[in-house]
Unconditional design. Structure first.
Length: 174
């Protein structure tokens, strides 16, 4: 281990009592800069996951599922992360007030894609999520990053959260 890495590990170990007091989990992930990289890796999952949920919400609504009911069902599955369950609960209420502003998610997406380009890691899903995030950002930087749900609903022409897609299709056929 290089001397600089040893010093960083020593500083981390010395701060462990502070970490224990303020955090349930904490990790040493490597030399200087590794923590920032780890944050970008985690936020990749956060942002892409939110985009996937936004698309699923729009699909479910467009296909006629009751928004409240499918949110309840999704929240009981293993495929939705706990942070996204909270976002779904707020979205059902139309609450997109910022907990993690979309401008910060957009900034992180940019940093993620820069890092990916620098290390030669193509990230097509991240690029697509970044594009949807950027479109929603144009409507206001202080919305929560979960407001991409609104972007997908708009794209899919979801006009009513109470009228099912099936009812709409049946009305068009009549």
């Amino acid at each position: 281990m290089a001397r600089g890495s040893l010093v960083i590990r020593y500083v981390f170990d010395s701060a462990e009592p502070i970490f224990r007091a303020i955090a349930r989990n904490y990790f040493y992930v490597g030399p200087a800069g590794s923590g920032a990289t780890m944050k970008l890796v985690a936020n990749t999952l956060l942002g892409i996951g939110m985009q996937a949920i936004a698309e699923a919400v729009a699909l479910g609504e467009k296909a006629g599922l009751d928004r409240t009911r499918f949110r309840e069902v999704l929240s009981e599955t293993a495929v939705v992360a706990p942070v996204h369950i909270g976002k779904l609960e707020r979205a059902v209420k139309g609450d997109y007030s910022p907990q993690f502003p979309i401008r910060l998610m957009n900034k992180d997406f940019g940093l993620i894609l820069e890092l990916a380009a620098a290390v030669g890691a193509p990230m097509p899903a991240t690029g697509a999520a970044f594009d949807a995030n950027a479109r929603q950002l144009e409507l206001g930087p202080e919305q929560d990053f979960s407001s991409v749900i609104l972007q997908m609903e708009k794209r899919d022409h979801v006009t009513s959260r109470t009228k099912s897609g099936l009812e709409s299709a049946q009305a068009k056929e009549a």
